[in-house]
Design a protein around this ligand. Structure first.
Ligand SMILES: O=C(O)CCC(=O)C(=O)O
Length: 286
């Protein structure tokens, strides 16, 4: 629920400049250690007992191979702690600072990356991409429009390379194309691993070219990804949020989970569709 603590973490001018120029932004120690610990326990439980109820072809269904990368979408409603992060005080004010108030979480996934099975394998060119699939083909503008961003919350230590880090090419969000080396081994020019400690959050523009690196450490990497976009953007997840749970959430969380009064309200919202806007007005932020 939004409160006075959110007002202490508004997007600063410097943060806006960094995000606009580099396409990403660090919020160090966004989550306290006890929250990281509890979240990790929930993630571990899901990893060991993946539910079999999502149609996303990329979702890993049981039995999950504990030695392989585990991708699990549409996770927000699975635990109250995940809902807490949706409007977390140290990060959410920066989401509305960047995107504005007509937003929701159109997509979420958690990823667990165990150590590489075969350490002897040569390092591969990673799977570099911009987010949103066909949007990057069918939308006629250059540079492509931002539309959405993701926050990656790191639950385990990736403060050194080769730990399954998220890799990015800083500043590449305004590039429609990325030169990907053809040798199958090296990474694009300018690519760097994101070095983060447990509890750090990294915002990235959906257009920023990014990829998952390999984990040559002994530790399993765990990350939560929260995607936020405009309410008129179609959900990327099945969004199988039980109606009863939605009704128990406060109005702003309901907005963030995709609720609205009618189809037109996603394009031309009234106040009932966007309680976040009302809250910002009440706090003199609009
Ligand atoms: O697992 C990672 O670090 C990469 C995640 C990713 O590619 C994505 O969220 O689109």
């Amino acid at each position: 629920m939004l409160g006075p603590q959110h007002l202490e973490h508004l997007l600063t001018d410097e943060e806006r400049k960094t995000f606009e120029e580099q396409g990403y932004l660090f919020v160090r120690r966004a989550l306290p250690p006890d929250m990281v610990k509890q979240l990790e326990e929930v993630v571990d439980w899901i990893w060991r007992n993946p539910p079999n109820d999502d149609r996303d072809p990329r979702a890993i269904h049981p039995p999950a191979d504990p030695k392989r990368n585990f991708f699990f979408p549409n996770f927000l409603w699975r635990h109250s702690l995940f809902l807490e992060l949706l409007d977390w005080p140290t990060t959410f004010p920066k989401v509305w600072g960047i995107l504005g108030w007509n937003i929701y979480s159109y997509h979420s996934h958690l990823i667990v990356t165990p150590p590489e099975v075969d350490r002897g394998q040569p390092r591969k060119t990673f799977g570099w991409h911009q987010d949103s699939g066909r949007v990057n083909v069918e939308m006629e503008s250059s540079p492509r429009p931002r539309l959405s961003l993701k926050i990656a919350y790191f639950l385990t230590d990736v403060s050194e390379p080769d730990k399954g880090n998220l890799w990015i090419v800083p500043g590449s969000h305004l590039q429609d194309r990325l030169e990907i080396p053809k040798d199958g081994v090296s990474q694009p020019e300018g690519a760097v691993p994101v070095l983060a400690e447990p509890g750090d959050a990294v915002f990235f523009d959906r257009r920023l070219w990014h990829a998952r690196g390999q984990n040559f450490s002994d530790q399993t990497r765990k990350v939560l990804f929260y995607g936020y976009g405009y309410r008129w953007l179609r959900p990327k997840d099945d969004m199988t949020i039980p109606r009863g749970l939605l009704e128990r959430c406060d109005p702003i969380r309901r907005q963030l989970l995709g609720d609205g009064t009618c189809g037109n309200g996603y394009y031309s919202p009234r106040d009932e569709d966007v309680p976040l806007k009302v809250w910002l007005q009440e706090h003199g932020l609009l």
